[in-house]
Design a binder for this molecule. Structure first.
Ligand code: COI
Length: 355
C-alpha cells in the first residue's frame, strides 16, 4: 500500500532531554520531545505531522474509549558506541500492526506513512535514545478510533500516533509466576493473536490477584482445557527441557512476538532442537520432578528476556533452576543485546539504521 501524504514537522522550541537522566528512568513515564500523528477520515489517510509531545483535546464520546477499537505496537531503538541509532526489526512490527488493524476492523496503515513517520520521529529525537548497556528508546505506535459516537459501530475516523520514551529494564529482577486457570488472556476465535488494547486491560484483575499472593505475573493457560500454557503476563513464554527449546505454537490465542521469533531464529542457528507446539502443564511439572527442566523465561519487546524463577500451581510453589545455570537464555539475552548495540555482526539483518 502506498501513500503520498507529506509529513509536516513542527519542532519543539526547547528540548526537555537535559531535564532527565535518560539512562535511568522508570519504564514508560518520561516522554521524548516529539510525537508523530496521521489522521484518517473519508476513507483515506489525510494528513501526517510531527509536533512537540503534548496532551491533545478529545471528546469523552470518542469510540476507542468506550468499545476498545484500539491497537498498538511496541518496538525499540538502540544507540551504539559511535552514537548511531538503529531500530530492531521495525518492519515486523509494521506488519503486525496491520494484522491487528484488519482483525479490529480498522484501516491499514500504509508502509510509507508508518516507516517515514517513524524514521523522522526517531531522527528528531535521537538525543533521547539511551547509550547505556541495557537502555533503549521504547517506541509506542498506536491506532485509535476517534468518532464522537456512542453507537457500537466501526469508526469512520482514526488517529495513528507514535510516541517514544527512554527505557531501561522492564523487570529489574527475575520473576515468580502463578499458573492461572480461572481467568484467560485469550479465547479461540478471539483477538489474542493481535495487539488489541483490551487484551491488556482484561489481564489486570487476574494479575492483581496473583500479585496479592506474592507473584509478579501470571502464566496463562488455554480457556478450553486449562491443560496448556499460553503466555506469561504480556510476554511469550519459553521452556528448556533437556536439550530442547519449547514454546506454545502460534494460534489465535498466541501473539506472534518479534522477540519470540528472534529467540527461535537464534536457537535454530545455534543448532538447538526447537519445538513450537502445545506445551502441557503436566509435561513441565514432570520435567521439574525429573530435574530435566533447565530454564523458563518470558520474552517480549519491553521485557526482552525475563527470567522466571518460581511457578505457583494448585497452592504449591515450585523453585526453578537458578539464573546462573541458564546457559541458553543468558546466551540469547547477551546476543540480542550485542546485535542491538552493534557489538557483533548483524548477520540476520535485523537492525535498520536511522540515518
Ligand atoms: C511489549 O513488550 O512491547 C508489550 O507489548 C508489553 C507492554 C504492554 C508493556
Amino acid at each position: 500500500m502506498t501513500s503520498t501524504v507529506d509529513i509536516h514537522i513542527e519542532k519543539t522550541k526547547k528540548s526537555r532531554v537535559s531535564e532527565h537522566d535518560i539512562n535511568n528512568v522508570p519504564f514508560g513515564k518520561c516522554f521524548s520531545d516529539h510525537m508523530f500523528v496521521a489522521e484518517y477520515s473519508d476513507g483515506k489517510w489525510q494528513k501526517a505531522y510531527i509536533t512537540p509531545y503534548a496532551d491533545v483535546p478529545m471528546s469523552y464520546a470518542m469510540s476507542a474509549l468506550h468499545y476498545g477499537q484500539a491497537i498498538f505496537e511496541g518496538m525499540k531503538a538502540y544507540k551504539n558506541d559511535k552514537g548511531e541509532v538503529s531500530l530492531f526489526r521495525p518492519i515486523e512490527n509494521f506488519k503486525r500492526m496491520n494484522k491487528s488493524a484488519i482483525r479490529m476492523a480498522m484501516p491499514e496503515i500504509p508502509e510509507e506513512i508508518y516507516m517515514n513517520g517513524l524514521m523522522e520521529l526517531i531522527r528528531l529525537d535521537s538525543a533521547w535514545v539511551p547509550s547505556s548497556e541495557t537502555g533503549s528508546l521504547y517506541i509506542r505506535p498506536f491506532l485509535i478510533a476517534t468518532d464522537e459516537a456512542i453507537g457500537v459501530k466501526i469508526s469512520d475516523t482514526y488517529k495513528f500516533v507514535i510516541i517514544t520514551c527512554p527505557a531501561g529494564k522492564y523487570y529489574s529482577e527475575p520473576i515468580k509466576v502463578l499458573v492461572e486457570t480461572n481467568f484467560y488472556r485469550a479465547v479461540k476465535g478471539g483477538v489474542g493473536f493481535v495487539k488489541a488494547a483490551g487484551n491488556y486491560g482484561r489481564s489486570l484483575y487476574p494479575t492483581k490477584l496473583a500479585q496479592q499472593k506474592g507473584y509478579q505475573q501470571v502464566i496463562w493457560t488455554d480457556s478450553e482445557t486449562q491443560k496448556y500454557f499460553e503466555e506469561s503476563g504480556t510476554m511469550n513464554v519459553m521452556f528448556v527441557i533437556g536439550d530442547t527449546l519449547l514454546t506454545p505454537g502460534l494460534s489465535d490465542t498466541i501473539l506472534d512476538g518479534v522477540t519470540r521469533n528472534s529467540v527461535l531464529a537464534l536457537a535454530r542457528e545455534w543448532g538447538m532442537k526447537v519445538e513450537e507446539r502445545k506445551v502441557s502443564i503436566v509435561e513441565v511439572f514432570e520435567a521439574i520432578d525429573k530435574g530435566t527442566l533447565k530454564e523458563v523465561f518470558g520474552c517480549g519487546t519491553a521485557a526482552t528476556i525475563a527470567q522466571i524463577i518460581g511457578i505457583g500451581y494448585n497452592g504449591k510453589d515450585y523453585a526453578l533452576p537458578p539464573v546462573s545455570e541458564r546457559k541458553f537464555s543468558t546466551r540469547v539475552d547477551d546476543t540480542l543485546r550485542n546485535i542491538r548495540k552493534g557489538k557483533v555482526e548483524d548477520t540476520l539483518h535485523w537492525m535498520m539504521k536511522v540515518s
